[in-house]
Design a protein around this ligand. Structure first.
Ligand code: IMP
Ligand code: MG
Length: 211
């Protein structure tokens, strides 16, 4: 994208904020929209290679997985049903996870089903570990896990995701569904926020991404 279009895009998203703040918070593009599209295509092929034509119940983890799920299910050939679970680590403006809460009330009966849990990122792995365990307990025949991103050197659990789109360094990322304090999910790329970006977003009122 040419820089003029980029900066006009930022101005549109952040309307009313100082250009230096807006640009700062968006500068480090880690994965472009094209990178992400290729990654989703590859993930979908890997899932079908492994699962064959088996009907899959895709369980997206709200809210970060909404964009990934929407793109992935349109690439997954074969029978698919979609449902959602909700998990929150209460991050707010913190960038470290807090207490994990799960809400599984939206899920259908999963007895005997082949489930694919889809989340945005595998950081400590605690969210995925808890959801996979809960779905197995609900009688799913198989539970596979897919994440768009995995942060290196952060894992705190014994499980590994079955499918990983991209390995990324230990940085805080936003966009393509991932948020900072509820904002910036709408970016079509994944960007890294450094400490100064985070301080700038924390200081902005109303928060970035909410015109
Ligand atoms: P985990 O339980 O530590 O693996 O964290 C997983 C959840 O934390 C993800 O579903 C995300 O919602 C959130 N998370 C972890 N790292 C980031 C990040 O860099 N940006 C935004 N959200 C993140
Ligand atoms: Mg999440």
């Amino acid at each position: 994208m040419d820089s003029g279009r980029f900066f006009r895009g930022i101005a549109r998203i952040t309307g009313g904020f100082s250009p230096s703040l807006s640009v700062r918070a968006f500068m480090r593009v880690l994965l472009s929209a094209a990178d992400l599209a290729a990654g989703i295509e590859r993930l979908a092929a890997e899932v079908r290679r492994e699962a064959g034509d088996t009907p899959l119940v895709v369980v997206g983890v709200l809210t970060g997985s909404i964009v990934i799920v929407a793109d992935l299910i349109r690439r997954l050939d074969g029978p698919v049903r979609v449902s959602m679970a909700w998990a929150s680590s209460y991050r707010g403006t913190a960038t470290e996870p807090g207490t994990l809460r799960l809400h599984l009330d939206l899920l259908p009966d999963l007895t005997g089903q082949d489930v694919l849990v889809v989340d945005d990122i595998f950081d400590t792995g605690r969210t995925m570990e808890a959801i996979v365990a809960a779905l197995k307990q609900r009688g799913a025949a198989t539970v596979r896990s897919l994440v768009l991103l995995r942060k290196q050197g952060r894992g705190e659990v014994a499980i590994e995701p079955d499918f990983v789109g991209f390995e990324i360094p230990d940085v805080f990322v936003v966009g393509y569904g991932l948020d900072f304090d509820g904002t910036l999910r709408q970016l079509d790329h994944v960007a890294a926020l450094d400490e100064a970006d985070i301080a700038a977003v924390r200081a902005s009122k109303p928060p970035l991404g909410v015109p």
